[in-house]
Design a protein around this ligand. Structure first.
Ligand code: FAD
Length: 418
């Protein structure tokens, strides 16, 4: 269920939100728009949480999200905020590292294997089913490792063996058995076709990077945010927790021990993001979004973004790449990865390099998370003025968070999806 956990009382117009990351800001924005008086308590000295665009002397460094994938709610939001989207360059190639080279993902071998099995009956969709379990009979172990894992890893940062099927494909709803893989793909396709065509769609950022969106939300909420907040949580009036799950567990330990116990079961993936400015281009990545890297390929990274190709106007006169890794990368490891793509690259080619590391980077969308969120929805049915939100609740991407926050602000009591 892609819904914020819990409820607030719409009769009480005062709402206290804890955390000014994207979830707290976007929910604060929509609730304010609905006439609520918002106070956002942020423990650090800045808003935006993991999202931060730094203007280094050399160029822009996006620390976490580098883009927003637009849906109708996202587009409406930008119009309301009077923000001009900066669309990603069109027609960029998307590569996966195969046999040591960046290649287009749709290879003949993959198609022929999948085509042979497409009328097979997939496994029953149970709570315990992983993405790997579902796709293995269709495409085999090797293709799972080389295609499905890196593609989903580019979003969730964990392999298909860990990803919980129903969480990643919520479109399946309550359906337990597909007649064939073909009927699964047909359902996915008709779901996609049913979505309204957008005037501007796809991947976007902003002039000045993602910080522009954060700054605009902060501007709208400027009188409602308390930075460096040392306030103690009191469950008086409407309260919404918008921190990561670990801090949410801590905040609710005293007042809601059952919810707190579920929150502390949610596992996180360590992650780093390194932006490097080089004196020379990596030819094999030119005119591409970048490359996704299957595991056991000798790389330290799971993906490399070609920033200049994606958003040229934000990266004028620089050659810049961002490496996402499931560990804290050293400078040598960054160079090792890049020299696998272009053996001529050495430390002498580096103009500037910047790594941001989180020991708890992204929540792992596994069975634990699914069961804990499900249990929290059940426990929260009896809550009247407490809600919980963040990227572990209703989707990891900003797009999903925008839709969840908008729906909740208009209908904070609606639990009809249950
Ligand atoms: C490397 C990386 C790349 C990504 N790329 C994309 C992308 O391209 N597109 C996309 O859509 N998504 C992307 N994401 C995902 C997206 O950035 C995150 O899901 C989102 O920013 C998380 O927002 P949040 O508010 O849930 O959490 P956070 O950003 O973690 O914010 C939580 C906030 O709560 C505050 N806080 C914590 N404890 C307390 C407390 N006790 N009291 C008060 N405040 C507290 C924190 O200081 C912080 O400000 C990426 C994520 C990462 C890590």
């Amino acid at each position: 269920m892609r819904r914020i956990i819990g409820k607030i009382n719409p009769e009480d117009k005062n709402v206290h939100i804890w955390g000014a990351g994207f979830s707290g800001l976007i929910l604060g924005y929509y609730l304010k728009d609905q006439g609520y008086n918002i106070t956002i308590h942020e423990k650090s000295n800045r808003v935006g949480g993991k999202i931060q665009t730094k203007k280094s002397g050399t160029g822009l460094v996006e620390k976490a999200a580098n883009a927003l994938y637009l849906n109708q709610d996202g587009l409406d939001l930008l119009r309301e905020l009077k923000l001009e989207p900066l669309p990603a360059s069109k027609k960029l190639k998307r590569f996966i590292m195969l046999n040591g080279k960046p290649k287009r993902p749709f290879q003949f071998g993959l198609f022929s294997k999948a085509a042979r099995n497409v009328y097979k009956k997939p496994p029953l969709v149970t709570d315990g089913l992983t993405v790997a379990d579902f796709f293995r009979p269709l495409m085999g172990e090797e293709n799972l490792k080389n295609y499905i894992s890196p593609v989903l890893g580019g979003i969730y940062a964990v392999p298909a063996e860990q990803l919980h099927f129903k969480s990643i494909f919520p479109q399946v709803g309550k359906k337990a058995q597909f007649d064939s893989y073909w009927s699964f793909f047909k359902m996915m396709f008709s779901d996609y076709k049913a979505k309204p065509k957008l005037e501007i769609g796809g991947t976007i950022s902003f002039d000045g990077g993602m910080q522009t969106l954060i700054n605009r939300l902060a501007e709208v909420l400027k009188n409602d945010i308390k930075l460096n907040s040392k306030d103690h949580l009191k469950l008086r009036g409407n309260t919404i927790i918008c921190t990561d799950a670990i801090n949410a567990a801590e905040l609710l330990k005293e007042y809601r021990p059952e919810l707190s116990a579920e929150l502390s079961r949610i596992q996180y993936r360590e992650l780093s993001s390194t932006t490097i400015f080089l004196k020379r281009e990596i030819k094999s990545l030119s005119k591409s979004f970048g490359v996704l890297i299957p595991k056991d390929n000798g790389y330290h990274s799971i993906g490399i973004l070609n920033n200049k190709a994606i958003f040229p106007s934000n990266n004028e006169n620089v050659t810049t790449y961002t490496l996402i890794s499931p560990k804290n990368l050293t400078k040598d490891e960054v160079i090792q990865d890049l020299s696998l793509l272009n053996p001529e690259i050495t430390i002498q080619d580096v103009d500037h390099i910047e790594t941001t590391y989180w020991d708890k980077g992204l929540p792992i969308y596994d069975l634990h998370l699914f069961l804990s969120v499900k249990k929290m929805h059940q426990l929260a049915i009896k809550e009247t003025n407490l809600a919980i939100f963040g990227n572990y609740v209703a989707g990891i991407s900003l797009r999903e968070m925008i839709t969840a926050a908008k729906n909740f602000s208009r209908n904070p009591l609606d639990y009809s999806e249950n």
